[in-house]
Design a protein around this ligand. Sequence first.
Ligand code: ADE
Length: 383
Amino acid sequence: MAIVPSRSGKTPQGPSRPSGAGPSSGAGANHPVPQSPQRQVEATVEEKGHADEALRPHRLGDYIGQTDLKQVLHIALEAARCRQEPLDHLLLYGPPGLGKTTMAMVLAAELTTRCRITSAPALERPRDIIGLLMSLEQGDVLFIDEIHRLPSMAEELLYPAMEDFRLDLAIGKGTTARSRTIDLPRFTLVGATTKAGSISSPLRDRFGMVHRLDFYNPRELQAIVERSAKLLQMGVQPSGAQAIASRCRGTPRIANRLLRRVRDYALVKVFPSIDEQVVAQALAMHRIDPLGLDPSDHRLLRTMAQQFEGGPVGLTTLAAVLGEDPDTIETVLEPYLLQIGFLQRTPRGRRLAPPAYDHLGLIDLRLSPAMDQRLDGQLPIGF
Ligand code: ADE
């Protein structure tokens, strides 16, 4: 069973330091060395493998963005404190990287309790969820990521645990089977999912609060980048923070990842501080365009334009042509492309929207005179 204490990362992934640190002969090599000698030899907290951890806000007051959710939780926390009861169960949904795990950890910190973190695929066998529930202490926050992937047996065990803080176990089989009930401490379940539509309604109905996390706006993202840069002791100009904010697809996790890539670039190329130009150069090297789209996005958009004449095209067809997992397309690539108006969902499948053609420098064949003729039935498609 994968349970980690609240202060450790879900997926530690400490980036290694660039091998050629120090002055180089590349662009910017004549700039002064940015960091103190001590900073250049010492590994920071995040370089030791706690990348996300080091940058997470710990209290509600430090959490930037998601204003509506914070307001709701502020009231719920105050009420729970007044009544000296655990917080109601909370279901968070939305695209990956928007801070669902972070929010669960913030709630535990606000309640001064522990946060137990696990993921539904790790609760494969009944004994996994039983062991987890029996290890809880009064007031604990239990965070289950990807809760839409919970096996049905685990889900059945969770219902009485959520409703009545009770574990109903069946012992033995057939005519000798007996049932046993174990009382559990009162806890708060925080479920997270990128696929709210895949959660069964009985499970969904047992959450007292259900909230969607939205993409962050540019102002919030700039504040997050500036906060992270401060924690990493980096010199980032407002124009640099803005440039990262506009390339991070509305997602703090991506903002922090890009910040680290820019930090590597500035270190190796010896830029004293990070401005818009440094960000543009660093991220162009990683093939991230000014809107934050990467080669996977470009491939998807180009395939739709060139092979499907802009659509509509079904998810499974698109996934097969791209050789991608449909789930990845649906939960990772598409949400931001929909958000910026590059894609549209129609009952007949996905369609490419005019801004995507403009951004890629492609002609919308459907709008060209030749295609008008084809659509009018004068020429067969593909002629
Ligand atoms: N780092 C990552 N997400 C954050 C957020 N929402 N607020 C502050 N810092 C963050």
